[in-house]
Design a protein around this ligand. Structure first.
Ligand SMILES: CC(C)(COP(=O)(O)OP(=O)(O)OC[C@H]1O[C@@H](n2cnc3c(N)ncnc32)[C@H](O)[C@@H]1OP(=O)(O)O)[C@@H](O)C(=O)NCCC(=O)NCCS
Length: 202
C-alpha cells in the first residue's frame, strides 16, 4: 500500500462525507466542501489517498478516466483536512482520519501536511478550535506544540460545548527540523508522496 497526499477534488466528497459523518457530531454538509474546493480561494483542502500497491500513478489516472463517476467517487481515503490562509496566519478548518485508519499516524501526517501548507505560504502562525472534550485531537495538537490561547464559551451549537482556541506560533528552524525528522520517521514505516503541502517533498 502507498499513500498520496494531494489536493482534495470534487470527486472525493462522497468518501469525505462518509468519514465526516462518522467523525463529527455536526458534520459539514457536502456543499461546504464544494465551496471550499471550488470557490473559497483562501481554502486549501487536502486528502491522503490510499493507493493499492502495484498500481502506478499512470495506470491509476488512466483507470479513473474509465471509471464511472460512481466508482471514482469511492477513491479510498485515510485522512483529510483543510486550512484557510487568513491574513498572515493559517487557520485549520477541519481534520479527520478514517475510523478504520485511526491510531496509525494518518491524522498526524495530515496535520504535518496542513502545517507544511501554511509554512510553504510563509504563514508562521497557525490557529484552530477544538472541543474541550476532544482529548485525542488535543493530544495530537500538543504534540505539535500548539498551546491553548483561550476558551470560546458555548462555541458548538449542538451541545453548547466550549472550544479551546489553540495557537502554534514561533515556528523556527528547530521546529521545521523536527517536522523533517517526523516525516522521515513516517517514511521508514509507510511509502507516500505529497503534491499538496509544498513542504513534505520540497
Ligand atoms: C483527531 C484525529 C484526526 C487523530 O488522528 P489519528 O489518525 O487517530 O491519530 P494518529 O494515529 O495520527 O496519532 C497521532 C497522535 O494523536 C494522539 N492520539 C491518537 N489517538 C489517540 C488516543 N486514542 N488517545 C490519546 N491520544 C491519541 C496522540 O498524540 C498521537 O501521537 P502518539 O502516537 O505519539 O501518541 C482522529 O482521531 C479523528 O479523525 N477524530 C475525529 C475528528 C476530530 O476530532 N477531528 C479534530 C477536530 S478539532
Amino acid at each position: 500500500m502507498t499513500y498520496l497526499i494531494r489536493p482534495m477534488q470534487i470527486s472525493d466528497i462522497r468518501q469525505v462525507m462518509h468519514i465526516e459523518r462518522r467523525s463529527f457530531s455536526m458534520p459539514w454538509p457536502s456543499f461546504v466542501y464544494v465551496h471550499e474546493i471550488n470557490h473559497n480561494q483562501d481554502a486549501y483542502m487536502g486528502v491522503i489517498e490510499i493507493v493499492q500497491s502495484g498500481e502506478s500513478e499512470e495506470k491509476r489516472l488512466g483507470l479513473s478516466r474509465l471509471w464511472t463517476r460512481e466508482a471514482h467517487s469511492h477513491t479510498p481515503l485515510a485522512a483529510y483536512g483543510g486550512i484557510w490562509m487568513d491574513g498572515d496566519e493559517g487557520h485549520i478548518s477541519t481534520i479527520a482520519s478514517a475510523p478504520d485508519y485511526r491510531g496509525q499516524g494518518f491524522g498526524e501526517l495530515m496535520l504535518i501536511a496542513l502545517i507544511g501548507r501554511a509554512l510553504s505560504m510563509q504563514r508562521k502562525r497557525i490557529v484552530l478550535e477544538v472541543r474541550t472534550s476532544n482529548e485525542v485531537a488535543q493530544k495530537l495538537y500538543f504534540k505539535y506544540q500548539f498551546k491553548i490561547f483561550n476558551t470560546r464559551y458555548e462555541y458548538y451549537p449542538d451541545n453548547q460545548e466550549d472550544a479551546y482556541f489553540m495557537v502554534l506560533d514561533g515556528i523556527d528552524e528547530a521546529y521545521t527540523q523536527m517536522l523533517g525528522e517526523r516525516i522521515a520517521a513516517f517514511r521508514d514505516k509507510v511509502e507516500f508522496s505529497d503534491s499538496y503541502s509544498g513542504f513534505i517533498d520540497a
